[in-house]
Design a protein. Structure first.
Ligand SMILES: Cc1ncc(C[n+]2csc(CCOP(=O)(O)OP(=O)(O)O)c2C)c(N)n1
Ligand SMILES: Cc1ncc(C[n+]2csc(CCOP(=O)(O)OP(=O)(O)O)c2C)c(N)n1
Ligand SMILES: [Mg+2]
Ligand SMILES: [Mg+2]
Lengths: 337, 345, 337, 345
């Protein structure tokens, strides 16, 4: 089977779709170098480097989409999305509804997210649960090359706005440019299967909002996205030795959320731990618990999330981000209760 | 198109229709048939007509909170528009949008209640047009207050750097809600546009003939060069910021009401601690002058319809014909709309 | 006892504190008229009208606060906060942490929020649960004049950023200028005790993060904020006739959330319904369920929230916003299950 | 202060200290002792020194992502700074902030990694200064790329409308990351400032003496009038955008590496569908010229330290004394810091 890196997979889909559909354009800061291959293949009319004004160019992309283009807009890091928030909250997310469902906004917003490489609290946020609070947009977070490609295909083909978040630990491009920079003296906890692994021979438009059961199990359900999925896998290996069988769900879509498959799994295991690199409060982890309760599931619940602003110091950072170790401890504790 | 003369009767008809339509809206709002905020275009019809009558199919418009009149002039079905303002399921946006969130896909018209958002919106429309190798332009309508909004400023930069056919139309009534824009605006708006590399002019936005003529060559040229342009056009808002504007209410109020209103004012004037009495006097003076100033602006001689009508008086017969035609249309419309609404009840 | 309107209460506290502390300033669009009394009493140096550029003036307020002022910044409607989001997400909320907890940002952000008067989806949002996702800021939502005054006092005296949200249905100023406008032909479902009622003779700095038990009860806990609290009270009256005794909690603070008092109440009643005018998903309602589960409470759970973009049409709007009727139905259903 | 002559030896010492400090940071970064991104001020020392040496107590600075050198020059404890970059609990911000989020309350210095945020930040500092009736000014440091950020533009308006003592210092290295700023910038930056009502000049930011002199009168005047000013100062970034800059790596790479890098390039050149081969050639040419251009800029003759040193050669002895003093300080510093760190382990 073919293998690809996370970045290559995404690029390969965008390339394929840009050939298929002339209305797809790529916009963002430095895309002529960040997406060098696309730039060379499709030229500066379709791979458009912007000035640094996220509010204005994302706002422009919304109407460009309304006028028939299908923009893929890059907000380098999701942390910078605050600058462009009005375009998302009050425009991209609402135009279809406001127009009486007559006008679509086929827009993909691509951003790098996540921490674990020492860049500090304004550059390592996840924010997916935050973004998903806004009705009218979808939020998707792939955890491996195959999903990354397939999900980008789904995102591109949707007629409504999708925020597509790429964890930096999975992305060669971002990790190389922001953290390694040609040196071999640092090392980060990069999940290798998330960074480089098998991809399908043909990209397939994955069902919108469908989670992936990464590993079946019977004792407890671990729910996560992005790098967190790999932390769960690592923890599950350790827990196997303690005779605890974990079921691991990779949500892929934060919004829409695959409620029925979460419910199905937790009905089976009776226990759930949400592993979420986004901030704990008022986010993904809470939403999942509410959905289970609304559906009358009986279960034990725990969550491992980022609880405050992410510190710069690697040591401190490791203490605040979810890790396999924390997952193991929490699971064991839950079984002791 | 450059050398064409404006059909001032047609322009007057557009303006008059818009005026009558909005007066009807105002009545419905007064009667409580329309809820929430309602910002009128009364007083800026000359700008809207002078710009919009140059548009062709495929041109796009990004609107701010004063969208009714531009939509009417652009040819949106007035019944659908009125039903929308009334929150009816057969409205333009099925009652979902309402007066600040009006959209028409077929006309490429989008609105936003977020001040300044029409800048980036017009840039996006223009980008699509240029990308598709069309000769269509995009209009951004906004107020002089919005000209200070951050994203509006950088949309000037985008339109310039990407050389996009955006016509920025700043409707300058000197005030944003109750803030005299001069007091919060550094420098000069056309200079700003120029400093971003965009050509700009100031216009008297009360004179529809003049606006039309200027825009004829501006828009003609934009289609050829597919590049941006910036207009600041002076205007007024006859009903203040929105229907029920509290400053206008103060201005119009009877003596009893104005005592009620000045009561709290006097209280804060004499409260013990705070700024010196001199300063407080200055503050009061400022507010009073604001009230007077806004009231003054709205004198008849500043009404673009009165101005246009004066020019047309030589052909009074035609004028009357137009007016009665429009009045009939509006009457039919309101009758029709009311029937639709009552039909539901 | 003295009575005041919601707006008067807030203004009275700000006036008192501006006399006490010269470092307090008021900033925002049109504050010279919107806060006319303060403007006249304190002059244009302290009541500063801004151009319409929320990102820039809120960003400026953050450093002004760092330099020793105590700004009260008005973002007219909370819907417009998207424009200024970066200043909140990456600056106001993070400076204290970034500085190693050495530098405070004593900043109050005041915004009108909420719907029910026909202004449409870009002008009637609540967003409190969304804002509370961001660590490093507090979010407070008073439901009556007495709390409004006391909580504004707490907000002003805190040394960290507080977002203070005022529901338009409780505020004469906003309702008069945006909806009534001098006409007597429209009517909105304004909770009278929320709009105008008794206030203490002396404003007291309420404990940060402490909820208010508005009504004690034994059968079910209703949790809400702002106008929602009054909807709960109305529902409780009706439910009394059905022999259901509701305990009603007015959270007042969304963040920090008064977990222990929520837990205490639900341990007693065994049932909770969250009534939240903010969007349902990934917000307040989910967070409350997670906290209860984490604390091993056994309970039935339901929520009544706004589920999508708020429609303009009053009829449709009434269908999507929480109401006493919806609460009664949901409670009854829960007792039938 | 206007007529004062610059103490060019003192300026050189500031610059040299900053240079040596950053070189040490670079080494630590290369060794993996510092994580994440690292943006250097190497090449903009003349601007930093020429501006900052005019500051007095109570003046404030809003920094962008290149904060190390300004902090050093402003007198922040270098040991604390270095410990912060190393993520140490005794660091300036207890290891919480890191290199893009450096804060010193006592010096009124705030940083932000959000491009453009230094504009509003400086406005807020200046507002507080003016409100407190001080004569202190606030500096906004930012790049020419940030000059297009929306909030930066409206912070010009705020500073002008409120007449606040903000010195906007745009460090113009022609490029933001890899985007030639000319290609995304409409008009001209000093013209922009002027159109907002703010006086502005362009400076050669490589010549510290010149920057110092110009700033002497500018800042002096700002303290008197308490009003804003705008500077665009040309500079370079010797290490590209950040340490490990991939374009510089491409430029510096051996043949083997460059084949590895051009491999994918050639692939996208010859992929079947997409733009015409001619267009693709143009794209490649653009990238190649970008690489060369960025490399070219970094020639020695553009190094502000080399420039300053040339002027000082007449007094070589003093120069050597300064350099060896600084070298000693840096050595002591690194020794001290390493001891602190190892002490923990
Ligand atoms: C981002 C944002 N901030 C504030 C408002 C509130 N608001 C609505 S209209 C308006 C004034 C706009 O002034 P101007 O642009 O001059 O337009 P005018 O109303 O005078 O036509 C303001 C502040 C808003 N809708 N959006
Ligand atoms: C809002 C935001 N957008 C994008 C970035 C990513 N970014 C960091 S530095 C930079 C380039 C800045 O260019 P310029 O202002 O010219 O400064 P220079 O790096 O050249 O000194 C960009 C785009 C960011 N940090 N913040
Ligand atoms: Mg105006
Ligand atoms: Mg630069």
């Amino acid at each position: 089977m073919k293998k690809m890196s996370f970045d290559q997979a995404i690029e390969s889909v965008i390339q394929q779709e840009m050939i298929n559909d002339k209305n797809i354009i790529v916009m963002g800061e430095d895309v002529h170098t960040i997406r060098l291959n696309l730039f060379i293949q499709f030229g500066k009319e379709r791979v458009i480097s912007t000035p640094i004004c996220e509010d204005a160019f994302l706002g422009a992309a919304v109407t460009a989409a309304m006028a028939g283009l299908r923009p893929i807009v890059e907000i380098m890091l999701v942390d910078f999305i605050g600058v462009a928030m009005d375009a998302i909250l009050n425009h991209a997310a609402k135009v279809n509804f406001f127009s009486g469902n007559k006008w679509d906004v086929p827009l993909v917003i691509r951003s790098a997210c996540g921490g674990g490489y020492g860049d500090g609290g304004q550059h390592e946020q996840s924010l997916w649960g935050w973004l998903a609070h806004i009705p009218g947009i979808s939020v998707v977070v792939p955890s491996n090359p195959s999903d990354a490609g397939n999900l980008m295909l789904s995102a591109i083909q949707m007629n409504s706005p999708v925020i597509f978040l790429e964890h930096k630990l999975l992305s060669d491009l971002w990790l190389d440019s922001m953290a390694y920079g040609g040196r071999t003296t640092v090392n980060f906890d990069v999940p290798s299967a998330g960074k480089y692994s098998e991809v399908p021979t043909k990209w397939e438009d994955l069902l919108v909002g469908q989670l992936n059961v990464v590993k079946e199990g019977i004792d407890i359900t671990l729910v996560s996205v992005g790098v967190g999925v790999h932390r769960c896998l690592e923890a599950a290996e350790i827990l196997k030795d303690k005779n605890i069988s974990c079921e691991i769900l990779d949500l892929r879509w934060i919004s829409p959320l695959d409620s029925s498959n979460i419910i199905r799994s937790v009905k089976k295991t009776g226990k759930i731990i949400v592993v979420d690199e986004d901030y704990k409060q008022f986010g993904l982890s809470g939403e999942i618990s509410a959905i289970l309760l609304e559906n009358h599931v009986n279960f034990k619940y725990g969550r491992i999330c980022t609880e405050g602003t992410i510190p710069f110091s690697r040591k401190l950072e490791d203490q605040v981000l979810p890790s396999a170790k924390k997952i193991v401890e929490k699971v064991v504790l839950m079984f002791e209760e | 198109m450059n050398n064409e003369e404006p059909d001032i009767f047609a322009l007057y008809e557009l303006m008059f229709y818009s005026r009558r339509f909005e007066e009807m809206v105002q009545e419905l709002w007064d009667k409580g048939k329309i809820f929430g905020e309602m910002h009128m275009s009364l007083g800026e019809e000359a700008i809207n007509a002078g710009v919009i009558s140059h548009l062709v199919e495929g041109d796009a418009i990004a609107l701010d909170h004063r969208g009714t009149s531009p939509l009417i002039m652009r040819g949106i079905n007035p019944k659908k528009l009125l039903l929308e303002l009334l929150g009816h399921p057969n409205g333009l946006c099925r009652g979902n949008g309402g007066h600040m969130h009006l959209f028409s896909k077929e006309h490429l018209v989008a609105s936003s209640g977020i001040v300044g958002a029409s800048g980036p919106a017009a840039v996006g429309f223009a980008l699509a047009s240029k990308y598709k190798k069309k000769q269509n332009i995009a209009i951004a309508f906004f107020g002089e207050g919005a000209a200070n909004q951050s994203m509006m400023l950088s949309s000037l930069n985008l339109a310039s750097a990407w050389n996009l056919p955006v016509l920025f139309v700043c409707k300058d009534n000197d005030v944003s809600i109750t803030t005299p824009s001069k007091e919060v605006t550094g420098g000069n708006l056309t200079e700003r546009a120029k400093s971003f590399g965009i050509n700009g002019i100031e216009l008297n936005g009360l004179d529809v003939e003049f606006v039309w003529q200027k825009c004829a060559s501006i828009i003609d040229n934009m289609r050829k060069t597919m590049s941006p342009f910036f207009i600041v056009a002076k205007c007024i808002h006859k009903e203040g910021h929105l229907l029920g504007d509290s400053i206008l209410r103060a201005q119009r109020s009877t003596i009893k009401e104005s005592i009620e209103r000045t009561g709290p004012l006097l209280k804060s004037l004499t409260r013990l601690k705070g700024a010196s009495i001199l300063k407080r006097g200055a503050s009061i003076a400022k507010i009073m002058s604001l009230i007077t100033k806004i009231g003054d602006q709205l004198k008849k001689r500043n009404d673009p319809l009165v101005l246009a009508k004066n020019k047309l008086k030589k052909n009074n017969e035609k004028l009357e014909l137009i007016e009665s035609k429009v009045n009939n249309q509006i009457e039919t419309l309101i009758f029709d709309v009311m029937k639709t609404i009552e039909g539901d009840e």
